[in-house]
Design a protein around this ligand. Structure first.
Ligand code: PLP
Length: 364
């Protein structure tokens, strides 16, 4: 535990994020029963504001709220909207793409993996060939921002392929929603999974799926009790909830969304992250620390870097933690070779400057 008088740690891991004072304070709101009208008001406000993030029409799209981390939204999306008798193509270029495949397998869906090296760009010609080969593919699931490496997968060309072939597009936008472009109507996104505690700066506990209402057909056999999107949507449209929601996390999300709007919405958040990421990137390059991905391939949310020579991840992590920063390791085969820095949350240019000074001090 942090000593109470110590300066709080700044989180540079990809969620949960460092909270603003007002979002933290919002969690202390009044005790509330989820069957009371005050809860209905809170839920309605959050659902409306979530659609507003990308200017979506509530008659065509629904924001569906659930209590659980981002993975619960991924699983709800796949289990509720994945194919029953056809197949789903899943693009894997990191941990989260692989997780989409795992979810499909657990729910008994037949999937076709398009497996790439972690961090590799998606080859659209190869994707086209795979779709040619597997004519029974009706759905395509993929990750927008693959947090494993920081790669922002380009959706536009894939969306065009999906539209051409009437393939339903399901996106994991857990680490991009609120800070990267998501063109729901233009890309024909049927649904996307996201969470409160990444680019929206809320607390962990609430995740959500934005779904096109016409994709939420009630005719498919229900494959999950707790994560069924049609059930959640029906109840939430009637101001109810099928199960207890994390009320305090709802309070925080409502406040975070208000703050988000006041700060200028997703474009302003994109610009803010971009400036911070660029500052870190150029500062680290000056110290001889190279990014994992080529220029322009990363999201503004998170960048991965090669560990400097002769510095283990543990040493870098512990040194930075002693200076007030929590960074993030690589996963799997990258566990010993990279580190990751996210600039989501209540982080300023002054903070990132101190981070760079602390890294410079370690390398001296
Ligand atoms: C964080 C994240 C998730 C969800 O992880 P949880 O630990 O369940 O919150 C899913 N997909 C991506 C791309 C993520 O970055």
């Amino acid at each position: 535990m942090n000593k109470p008088d110590a300066r709080p740690l700044l989180l540079l891991n990809p969620g949960p994020v460092t909270l603003s004072a007002r979002v933290r304070a919002a969690m202390g709101g009044p005790d509330l029963c989820h069957r009371e009208p005050e809860f209905a008001d809170l839920q309605r406000a959050i659902r409306g504001r979530l659609l507003q993030v990308y200017g979506l029409d509530p008659r065509r799209y629904a924001a569906i709220l659930m209590t659980g981390s981002g993975t619960s939204a991924m699983e709800a999306m796949i289990a509720s909207l994945g194919p029953a008798n056809s197949r789903m193509l899943v693009i894997e270029n990191g941990v989260y793409g692989e997780r989409l495949s795992k979810i499909a397998a657990i729910h008994g869906m037949s999937s076709v993996p398009m497996t790439l090296k972690w961090g590799e760009a998606i080859d659209n010609a190869r994707l086209r060939a795979l779709l040619d080969e597997h004519q029974d593919v009706s759905h395509l699931a993929m990750v927008h921002h693959e947090t494993t490496t920081g790669r922002l997968n380009a959706i536009d060309p894939i969306a065009r392929l999906c539209a051409e072939r009437r393939v339903t597009l399901l996106l994991d936008a857990v680490s991009s929603f609120g800070a990267e472009e998501l063109d729901f109507p233009g890309w024909g996104i049927a649904a996307c999974a996201a969470t409160s505690n990444k680019c929206l700066h809320g607390v962990p506990g609430t995740s959500f799926v934005i779904a096109r209402r016409d994709a939420l057909g009630d005719d498919a056999p229900q494959r999950t009790l707790y994560l069924d999107l049609a059930t959640y949507c029906r109840e939430q449209d009637n101001d109810g909830t099928p199960f207890t929601q994390s009320v305090q996390s709802f309070y925080a999300l409502a406040e975070a969304l208000e703050e988000f709007e006041e700060q200028g919405g997703w474009r302003a958040r994109h610009a803010r992250y971009e400036a911070l990421a660029e500052q870190v990137r150029s500062g680290l390059l000056a110290l001889g620390i190279r990014p994992l991905l080529p220029e322009g391939a990363s999201s503004v949310v998170l960048n991965a870097y090669h560990l400097p020579a002769n510095v283990s991840y543990e040493r870098l992590h512990d040194h930075l933690k002693a200076h007030g920063f929590v960074i993030y390791s690589g996963q799997g085969s990258y566990a010993k070779s990279i580190f990751r820095i996210s600039t989501m949350g209540e982080i300023t240019a002054e903070d990132t400057q101190r981070l760079l000074s602390a890294i410079a001090a370690l390398l001296r």
